[in-house]
Design a protein around this ligand. Structure first.
Ligand code: DX5
Ligand code: ZN
Length: 229
């Protein structure tokens, strides 16, 4: 299977966030969305410090990897000290590891990116809505993927913040070959403008897991803008 982040695709990559899956039945729910057409699983890792919530760790990642050996695991570190988690998540099966531009210096980001790649994963850099775009542009040369948060991170089910679309358009114009991911409040109501702004990797938790399983294939295809569906 091609690497969803490093290999270009005609249509956007859809990565359901398992934050909204049933943690008591994670293997079932995660497997179900992959069978429904998702390209990857997005793991929202929160430390209760960088963001107010505490969600999942390397052991959950390892269990998902064991249950779904072919799944691509896209790990989003919403943590104050990403250096603590690079190795544990890479060894637990992460295929992409994203850290936030708000918590690293340029030198620290250079070292983090090198470690992520040495461990066989691709590198993402994320930015929160209030953070000036220059913070992520200063690190973009290190990244395979730029993650634009469209909510203030912490919880799924929040309202999409359309003001981040301007930031997204500028990143797409500056980095035409970059994977640009949007995460937070993405739904069928705004996916077309998210794609039009230049996103080619879409995270959704509520829009997918909040719907009955039978509807998820159609939702995933619609988020992707798949004309054949
Ligand atoms: C940060 C998390 C959420 C989650 C998406 O809070 O990263 O953005 O992935 O959740 P929904 O799609 O329900 O907004
Ligand atoms: Zn995320």
């Amino acid at each position: 299977m091609a690497h969803p982040i490093l290999s270009p695709s005609r249509l956007p990559v859809i990565a359901p966030s398992i934050l909204s899956a049933d943690f008591a039945h994670m293997g079932r729910d995660a497997g179900e969305v992959l069978r429904a057409g998702a390209d990857a699983l997005h793991l929202d890792v929160m430390d209760g410090h960088f963001v107010p919530n505490l969600t999942m760790g390397p052991d959950l990642c390892r269990c998902v990897r064991r249950a779904l050996p072919d799944a691509f695991l896209d790990v989003h570190l919403m943590v104050t000290d990403p250096a603590l988690f690079i190795e544990p998540f890479a060894k637990a099966g992460a295929g992409n590891i994203t850290f936030h531009c708000e918590v690293v210096s340029r030198d620290a980001a250079v070292a983090l990116a090198a470690r992520v790649r040495a461990l066989g994963a691709s590198v993402g850099v994320a930015i929160n809505p209030p953070t000036p775009i220059e913070k992520i542009e200063a690190l973009a040369d290190l990244a395979d993927l730029l993650l634009v948060m469209s909510v203030n991170p912490g919880y799924s089910g929040q309202a999409f913040m359309p003001e981040v679309l301007a930031k997204t358009k500028r990143l797409r114009a500056t980095y035409p070959a970059m994977r640009i991911q949007m995460d937070g409040g993405v739904s069928l109501a705004n996916a077309a403008e998210v794609r039009a702004a230049g996103c080619d990797v879409i995270v959704a938790a509520t829009a997918i897991f909040g719907r009955p399983a039978a509807e998820r294939p159609g939702v995933i295809a619609a988020l992707r803008g798949d004309p054949t569906r």
